[in-house]
Design a protein around this ligand. Structure first.
Ligand code: BES
Ligand code: MN
Ligand code: ZN
Length: 490
């Protein structure tokens, strides 16, 4: 797994500044007052910092933005990154600053002089989240990673506040590793193995194989994988950190390691992006990892359906009718609408087996959600306003875009089939909504439920606030926050 940046907190020792290797970062408030660390940098650079701070450019700098002085005289460091940070900086500005520092530093050592600025742990979180590169398949060995030292007035407090944030960052790194992995590497078997390894963190991990899935009657899930040589699996990860006997939150993820579309084959252009079609399962895995790392006081069960959607002589055909674990029959009109076939069985199993207090599923489910919301927001569908609003608030606090979409009987009616209980597609109109309606048919009465369509946000072609191009880890932080707000005992 891509490791987190080694990051430590220490008291400010101004004599270390002159000889620090790599980069030195210093916080300056928008009024341009220099604190002890900044004054030392200024002295060593013979007034260069003060000149920068008095410049027109700095007077227009936004909170959290970083201006760089390259190869400063008087310091061994290759650059000084000057962070514009109000003393009362909010979480967003502090994270933004951290992300900018991480981006600038590459693999160099970094010494951050944070003095008595607030939000030191949030700066650290910004660094940890943005400091990610996926290098599993680069043949050139990357230079050994530099380390990050943050000097501040209360290092123990900052360290304590940063610990759960680092757990979230590590979870997001895992999600990104999984989502970035090519499908010949992240096979269904390899995916299950990576999840099983998390039992070392105290998670209870169980892998259900095809024989078990057959006995359980998970035929809609199995029909998706039947054209692939890779065996379908369901992996169940349990974190029992809450009160014994309390009903868990269930997280359910779509884990299609590659989606060719099956017999309803996708066009060739861009098909390579379908390595990310296990994004929902990737987020579930990342959240479970974070919960274990921060020893969350909550009962959460993560379930992922891992399959590969391939065309072959024994692939499921358009027109086939399949009986789901629930017992409802589905006419498969389009084998490319496979995610819902995987999820419906895993959701049903989750409810039968764990009687969850609430259920949230995540899936790169529809291209239509990208048409609707682009790459800024995931689509949020829910049968429960309280749970939904709590999630939207958590997502907003974490800067992860989320936008509620409608559900309703008229959309559900579009799924009527002439020969079976339902079809697996509704038609061109409202494709993301009819997909959500399909899933809702598998939500039991009284179970508060959210469906997150993350097709637009799981992996993107441009960097985002806290992630480089590629897999984002969207949702790991929001779900952690929702869990700590709603499901965690104090
Ligand atoms: N995995 C895709 C959805 C997707 C598209 C994810 C683009 C990420 C980026 C899903 O399985 C799919 O193929 N959906 C179809 C549904 C249609 C056949 C009703 C789609 O969106 O075209
Ligand atoms: Mn598909
Ligand atoms: Zn898919």
């Amino acid at each position: 797994m891509t490791a987190l940046t080694p990051l430590t907190f220490a008291e400010t020792q101004i004599d270390e500044i002159a000889k620090a290797k790599g980069r030195v970062a210093v916080c300056v408030d928008p009024e341009g007052r220099l604190d002890v660390g900044a004054r030392r940098v200024n002295k060593l650079t013979r007034g260069a910092l003060a000149r920068l701070v008095e410049s027109e450019a700095f007077s227009q700098a936004k909170p959290g933005s970083v201006t760089t002085m390259a190869y400063p005289a008087g310091l061994e460091a290759e650059a000084v990154d000057v962070i514009c940070l109000p003393k009362s900086a909010d979480q967003t500005a502090a994270r933004k600053a951290g992300a900018a520092l991480a981006k600038n530093r590459g693999k160099a050592d970094l010494l951050v002089l944070a003095g008595s600025f607030r939000r030191v742990a949030q700066i650290a979180y910004g660094i940890a989240m943005r400091d990610y590169t996926f290098e599993d398949h680069k043949s050139a060995p990357s230079k050994a990673e530099g380390a990050v030292r943050i000097m501040c007035s209360k290092p123990e407090d900052a360290q304590a506040e940063a610990a759960p944030l680092m757990a979230i960052a590590e979870g997001a790194h895992m999600t990104r590793d999984l989502v970035n992995a090519p499908a010949n590497v992240l096979t269904t078997t390899n995916f299950a193995e990576r999840l099983e390894e998390m039992s070392a963190l105290g998670l209870k991990v169980e892998v259900l194989d095809e024989d078990q899935l057959t006995s359980l009657g998970m035929n809609t899930l199995l029909c998706v994988g039947q054209g692939s040589d890779s065996p379908s699996k369901v992996v169940v990860m349990r974190w029992d950190g809450g009160k014994k006997g309390d009903a868990p939150l269930a997280l359910v993820g779509k884990g299609v390691v590659f989606d060719t579309g099956g017999i309803s084959l996708k066009p060739g252009a861009g098909m390579e992006d379908m390595t990310m079609d296990m994004g929902g399962a990737g987020v579930v895995a990342g959240v479970m990892r974070s919960l274990a790392l921060r020893k969350a006081k909550a009962n959460v069960v993560g379930l992922v359906g891992i399959v590969e959607n391939m065309p072959s002589g024994n692939a499921v055909r358009p027109g086939d009718v399949i009986t789901s674990m629930k017992g409802d029959t589905v006419e498969v009109i389009n084998t490319d609408a496979e995610g819902r076939l995987v999820l419906c069985d895993v959701m049903w199993y989750a409810q039968e087996e764990f009687k969850p207090a609430a259920m949230i599923d995540l899936a790169t489910l529809t291209g239509a959600i990208i048409v609707g919301l682009g790459h800024e927001n995931a689509g949020v569908f829910s049968n429960d306003d309280a749970l939904c609003n709590a999630f939207l608030k958590a997502a907003q606090t974490e800067g992860e875009g989320a936008w509620r979409m409608p559900l309703g009987q008229a959309y559900d009616d579009l799924l009527k089939s002439r020969i079976a209980d339902m079809k697996n597609i509704g038609g061109r109109a409202a494709g993301s909504v009819t997909a959500a309606q399909f899933l809702q048919r598998f939500v039991q009465d009284g179970v508060p439920w959210i469906h997150l369509d993350i097709a637009g946000v799981a992996s993107v072609k441009a960097e985002t606030a806290l992630a480089p191009t590629g897999a984002t880890g969207w949702g790991v932080a929001a779900l952690n926050r929702l869990i700590s707000n709603m499901f965690e005992a104090d």
